[in-house]
Design a protein around this ligand. Structure first.
Ligand code: NAD
Length: 478
């Protein structure tokens, strides 16, 4: 068994309490013991970051490049081992875990490059003899709060830009997946980054997370997680006048039109609905299908969903791993019950599975004959549950796709350029996919949504600079 301590001012500590990290594929497998800090540890980490921020602010682009490049290199070299730890504690399949670890490495490499590609402008003034300079400066200490479903990629896509643009960091990772956060902190600790610039403090969100969002030395909060938590964080940040960025839930639509290639549409819906056990903010849980293809599509997709192999995340051949924990499994099964009570027809899955290992297994569930007003189509379930909604034509499908409180990702399967272009223009989501799953994005371009899914500026790619820097305009009369 491994310890997953916190990193505060360059020192490893196990905190006030410890928490077992349980493998959701096999609850008899305790992955390790994680530190559970209290507010004193959080306070020390913020003080350390605040003290170290001044030095890192004035580090050279070369120093920053070297640190981020070293972190990216080590993650990529150890992707299999890191991916295995991730899959063991989170439950996504091993190829998904390795893929996520690799992505974290690529993100650090991307932002290493950004350290050298600085942004700024030098302009002529409207007044004679004066020069104007617009430059980006770091904010100071950034507090990062992350969810359990991408245990290494989400911390990476917040830490890398924060450091690249010269900020100090305190990360509060999700308590269900402390191993990946610890492994990442260990790599960062050995990268040559001065002590105190990066700190990890795991503990209860309502305690240490809450202390972080209200702390006067924290300049900004970047949060990914549920809408409910995000709303509270936005309120606290507004009261404290902190910069804030929130990435939250989704109820992402996938439109399948009569002229879609059936195989492409089925593949995209199975991938975005059920891979990673449906536990992705970009998962498509509403499949909106036009009448002409509806019956053929339902036949093909229900066969494909029933054939998915559910099993231990680390077993070869597993396509869908377990749900993260008992609470989430109970919630998923409850939504299956709610869907049936609302009059939806369950064509496959939706049952608790007893497999060789004692884990949180459930068969992927597909509803048909659903209406967009049903709770299963309005509320984020965050599990392997998707529903089909029939639409008369493209116009109705588009209206249904946009009729949601969320707006993260939206997909369309069609061979028509006209409908694809129209959907791209009129979708009310932050990301649009044509003939592709709604989940699965690149790391060098912006990520984020609209409406209830996101708040504040975009994450990732060059757009990350908007959140992690503040602009200064300097006037100079030589
Ligand atoms: P959550 O909101 O329960 O927790 C997220 C983080 O917030 C955790 O680290 C938690 O400890 C912390 N937290 C909880 N209460 C807090 C408080 N009062 N103050 C400060 N921090 C607090 O979410 P979760 O269950 O870990 O993750 C699942 C959710 O994340 C889903 O809704 C999913 O859609 C969303 N998500 C969104 C994206 C995106 O980019 N849009 C990506 C992944 C996950």
């Amino acid at each position: 068994m491994t310890d997953f301590p916190n990193l505060i001012d360059g020192e490893w500590t196990m905190g006030d309490e410890q928490l077992p990290n349980i493998n959701p594929s096999d609850i008899t497998d305790v992955v390790g013991m994680s530190a559970r800090s209290g507010i004193e540890d959080m306070g020390r980490a913020i003080d350390a970051a605040h003290d170290a921020a001044e030095g890192w602010r004035y580090s050279t682009p070369q120093q920053r490049f070297d640190v981020l490049d070293a972190i990216g290199t080590e993650i990529l070299a150890r992707r299999e081992e890191l991916g295995r730890l991730l899959s063991r504690e989170e439950g996504k399949t091993l190829p998904e875990g390795i893929g996520e670890a690799a992505r974290a490495g690529q993100i650090f490499k991307f932002f290493a490059g950004e350290c050298l590609r600085q942004q700024g402008d030098s302009l002529a003034s409207v007044r004679p003899g004066i020069e104007v300079e617009v430059r980006r400066e770091p904010l100071g200490v950034i507090g990062l709060i992350t969810p359990w479903n991408f245990p290494i990629a989400i911390p990476a896509w917040k830490i890398a830009p924060a450091l690249a643009y010269g900020n100090a960091v305190v990360l509060k990772a999700a308590e269900l997946v402390p191993g990946s956060a610890w492994a990442l902190a260990d790599i960062i600790d050995r990268s040559g980054l001065p002590k105190g610039v990066f700190n990890l403090v795991n503990g209860r969100g309502s305690l240490v997370g809450n202390h972080m969002i209200n702390h006067p030395k924290v300049a900004a909060i970047s949060f990914t997680g549920s809408v409910e938590t995000g709303r509270g964080i936005a309120q606290a940040c507004a009261m404290n006048m902190k910069k804030v960025q929130l990435e939250m839930g989704g109820k992402n639509p996938m439109v399948v039109l009569d002229d879609a290639d059936l195989e492409t549409a089925v593949g995209a819906c199975v991938n975005s609905g059920f891979f990673s056990t449906g536990q992705r903010c970009t998962a498509s849980s509403r499949i909106i299908v036009t009448e002409g293809i509806h019956d053929r599509f339902v036949d093909a997709v229900s066969n494909a969903v029933s054939a998915l192999k559910v099993g231990h995340a680390l077993d070869a051949g597993t396509q869908v791993g377990p749900v993260i924990n008992g609470n989430q499994l109970a919630k998923d099964l409850d939504y299956v019950k709610i869907g049936r009570e609302e009059g939806a027809e369950l064509v496959c899955g939706g049952e608790r599975l007893d497999l060789e290992h004692d884990g949180f297994y459930m068969s992927p569930a597909l509803f048909i004959g659903t209406r967009n007003e049903m709770r299963i189509n309005r509320e984020e379930i965050f599990g392997p549950v998707a529903s089909v909604i029939k639409a008369a034509d493209y116009d109705e499908a588009l209206a249904l796709a946009n009729d949601t409180d969320f707006g993260l990702s939206a997909g369309i399967c069609t061979s028509s350029l006209k409908f694809a272009s129209d959907f791209k223009a009129k979708s009310q989501a932050g990301m649009v996919m044509v003939n592709l799953p709604t989940a699965g994005v690149d790391y060098h371009v912006p990520f984020g949504g609209r409406k209830g899914s996101s708040y504040g500026s975009r994450e990732q790619g060059r757009y990350a600079a908007e959140f992690y820097t503040t602009v200064k305009t300097a006037y100079i009369q030589p």
